[in-house]
Design a protein around this ligand. Structure first.
Ligand SMILES: [Zn+2]
Length: 255
C-alpha cells in the first residue's frame, strides 16, 4: 500500500473500499486506525487477541498485554482508539469486549489465518508447529479475495492443522462437544479434535508422538488431582502428559 493512502482517506483507501465490497466500512476503519501511530501491534492483532481470550468474559489490559507481548500503556492507548472506531466496548475497570463490528472483523481475520495455516501445511510442506508464526506474518498481506480463492483451492476445509474450526464467510463457527484430555477418565477411548497450543516446541513434541487432530487414544491412567494423563496411541506406545499440555489437547469420547 502506498504511504499516502495508508495515512487516511487517501486514494489507496478508496480503491480498497471499492474492491472489497461489503467490507468497505471495516476496511476504512482498519486503514484509518493502522495509520495512527504509535501502535506496536496491529488493529487486527488486538481484535483477534480479544476474540481468542473472550471465552473468559471481559478482557483486561493485562490479559491483552501478555497475549501480544505489548506494554500495558500501549494496550490502553490502543483500546481507546478501538473503542472510538466502534470495534470494542471498553470500561476501565470492567475490561474490553468486541462489538458486533469488532467480532465480524476478528472472525474475518481468524478465517484468513486458519486457511493460510492449512495451505502452508498441505501445499508447502511446513511442519505443523511452524504454520502459526508464518500465517501471522502473511495474514496482514493478503486480501479477502485471495482468502476466498484459497478456501476454494483447499476445498473449503472446516478445520485448520491444529484442529481449530475455520469460521465460515458469514462468521459462523460449528459447535463442538470436546473436552480437555486432562478431564478424560481412565479406560476411555478418545479422538483428538484440536490442540489449543501455539508454542512451536510443544507442538513439535506432540507431533513427534502423533498426538495430533484425528489420532485415536486410549486413556490408560488419569489423575484428576493434577490433570496428568497417560495415553496409548494406535501404535501401542504410551505417553505421559502433564498440565498445561494435557489441558490443551481437546478430545471427543468414542463409544
Ligand atoms: Zn495459528
Amino acid at each position: 500500500m502506498a504511504e499516502e493512502g495508508a495515512r487516511g482517506r487517501g486514494p489507496a483507501g478508496e480503491r480498497a473500499a471499492v474492491a472489497d465490497g461489503p467490507c468497505c466500512t471495516i476496511v476504512w476503519t482498519m486503514r484509518g486506525l493502522e495509520a495512527d501511530r504509535p501502535l506496536s501491534a496491529s488493529v487486527g492483532d488486538y481484535l483477534k487477541a480479544i476474540w481468542e481470550l473472550s471465552g473468559s468474559g471481559d478482557i483486561s489490559t493485562t490479559d491483552i498485554s501478555r497475549r501480544l507481548s505489548v506494554a500495558p500503556g500501549s494496550v490502553t492507548r490502543a483500546l481507546v482508539r478501538l473503542r472510538e472506531k466502534g470495534l470494542i466496548e471498553h470500561e476501565r475497570y470492567r475490561g474490553a469486549s468486541l462489538t458486533e463490528l469488532g467480532q465480524a472483523e476478528a472472525l474475518r481475520l481468524v478465517r484468513r489465518h486458519r486457511l493460510i495455516e492449512t495451505f502452508l501445511l498441505e501445499h508447502l510442506g511446513y511442519p505443523w508447529q511452524d504454520v502459526h508464526d508464518e500465517a501471522e506474518r502473511l495474514e496482514h498481506a493478503v486480501s479477502d479475495s485471495f482468502t476466498e480463492r484459497l478456501a476454494e483451492h483447499l476445498g473449503h476445509p472446516e478445520r485448520d492443522p491444529h484442529g481449530a474450526p475455520i469460521p465460515a464467510v458469514d462468521g459462523s463457527l460449528p459447535t463442538e462437544d470436546a473436552f480437555p484430555l486432562s478431564r478424560a477418565e481412565g479406560g476411555r477411548r478418545v479422538r483428538v479434535l484440536r490442540v489449543a497450543h501455539e508454542d512451536a516446541p510443544a507442538l513439535a513434541y506432540l507431533g513427534e508422538r502423533n498426538l495430533v487432530p484425528g489420532s485415536l487414544l486410549t486413556v490408560e491412567e488419569a489423575r484428576p488431582l493434577d490433570g496428568a494423563v497417560t495415553v496409548r496411541g494406535e501404535d501401542g506406545l504410551s505417553h505421559s502428559l502433564e498440565q498445561p499440555l494435557a489441558g490443551a489437547i481437546f478430545v471427543q469420547s468414542l463409544p
